[in-house]
Design a protein around this ligand. Structure first.
Ligand SMILES: Cc1cc2nc3c(=O)[nH]c(=O)nc-3n(C[C@H](O)[C@H](O)[C@H](O)COP(=O)(O)OP(=O)(O)OC[C@H]3O[C@@H](n4cnc5c(N)ncnc54)[C@H](O)[C@@H]3O)c2cc1C
Length: 365
């Protein structure tokens, strides 16, 4: 009988790993959603219904031999994943890949793709009635959303508000990147209100038509008919038992070794956004973690020590502003960093939003 590997969480990292191990182990993927959510394409679906189908990918095309258990892992121990008070799955190896939660519309609380899609459709109907939208948070998600909104609806007046004095302050970004992103958005009429937080959040739900007025703590009034919360990424690791929770940091991330085992464990690995690997949290990093862990799981199953080491990825950001705009900060050989403009950004991400790769992973290409 093949050894059992239970992968907890079917996002970019977990789905990639489950597929890599499908031929060599009895893979069980535990995931509450009925379809993978391609977050990198979600903001395009805010403005373009044709993109909705490229955000959700049912799990039935992912594995040939393994199975997907559609449920939450409620408590995870080194050799057992508990699904409910009555149901648990024994495991030879456990891989934790439960990622981060993020507010709608970048990610979804809903577990059914139909329900999440219906919410997106309702939001688009409401958006069509708006002429002013407020985005709270000038990080990559807020700016990318500002880019999608203004590329699709030239009449829309978008305001980005941020507590910091500039946009994109959370990462190690070059000033040229900030400057070109701001310039492109300002050319489209986007207004930036920086240097002070909102005194209070809009008293209405995100992504619905509901006119409101708020103000910053410095008394700048802001009016809009719809708003989105573009901050607040949160590692999802609340399900760990006491033994595994010993590796959890105060921010919810898990301490991992260079082999991506959870610190203190030899048969429990962690990949993706939940790890404390010192690099920005990206799908591309989660996929690279999955490649390393696939090799290490095979080592462990064959009685060896893990041999593959993970080295933190080079810092980069690809920030489209709609299909044809945006800028990216890339790291070249030798560590030199370079900012490239709309044409290269559109080529890397803006046009396809990596949906071809994801469709291939889920057997939909
Ligand atoms: C708008 C947006 C655009 C982005 N664009 C890019 C980009 O262009 N390039 C890039 O590299 N990165 C991008 N990212 C970042 C990228 O989405 C994340 O880094 C990536 O999702 C992390 O992958 P992951 O596998 O760690 O977790 P996730 O993809 O978050 O998946 C985690 C999965 O675990 C499941 N889960 C959670 N709790 C449990 C539980 N208890 N039991 C079972 N399952 C559970 C969740 O349902 C989810 O499916 C973007 C993010 C956003 C929000």
């Amino acid at each position: 009988m093949a050894a059992r590997v239970v992968v907890v969480g079917g996002g970019y990292g977990g789905a990639t790993l489950a597929k890599r191990l499908d031929d060599v182990a009895d893979v069980v993927l535990v995931e509450p959603k009925d379809a993978f959510v391609h977050a990198s394409a979600a903001l395009r679906a805010v403005v373009d219904p044709e993109w909705q189908a490229r955000v959700f990918y049912p799990y039935d095309g992912l594995l040939k031999r393994g199975r997907v258990v559609q449920d939450w892992a409620r408590r995870v121990s080194p050799h057992r994943v508990q699904i409910s008070p009555f149901e648990s799955i024994d495991a030879d190896v456990v891989v934790l890949a439960t990622g981060t939660a993020y507010p709608f519309p970048a990610k979804f609380l809903e577990n059914e793709a139909d329900v999440a899609s219906a919410r997106l459709a309702r939001m688009r109907d409401d958006l069509a009635r708006c002429d002013r939208v407020l985005l709270v948070g000038g990080g990559p998600v807020g700016l990318e959303l500002a880019g999608e909104l203004t590329a699709a609806f030239r009449h829309l007046r978008v305001t980005v508000v941020d507590i910091a004095d500039d946009v994109l302050t959370s990462g190690d970004f070059l000033p040229e990147l900030r400057a070109t992103i701001r310039e492109q958005l300002e050319e489209r009429g986007v207004e930036f209100v920086t240097g002070a937080p909102l005194a209070f959040l809009p008293p209405v739900d995100v992504g619905t038509y509901a006119p409101f007025t708020v103000e910053t703590t410095t008394r700048v009034p802001l009016e809009a008919q719809m708003w989105f919360r573009c901050y607040g990424s949160r590692a999802q690791t609340g399900y760990l038992d006491e033994e595994l929770a010993a590796a959890r940091r105060p921010d919810g991330r898990l301490r991992v070794t260079e082999h991506l085992t959870v610190v203190g464990q030899d048969r429990v690995f962690a990949i993706g956004d939940i790890t404390d690997v010192p690099e920005s949290k990206r799908a591309s990093a989660a996929i690279a973690h999955a490649d390393v862990v696939a090799r290490n799981v095979m080592d462990v199953l064959e009685g060896r020590r893990p041999s593959a080491r993970y080295h933190a990825a080079a810092e980069l950001i690809v920030l489209p502003l709609g299909p044809d705009g945006g800028a990216s900060q890339l790291e070249l050989d030798g560590g030199r960093r370079e900012v490239v403009g709309p044409a290269e950004t559109s080529r890397i991400k803006g046009r396809d939003l990596f949906s071809t790769d994801v469709a291939e992973l889920f057997g939909r290409a």
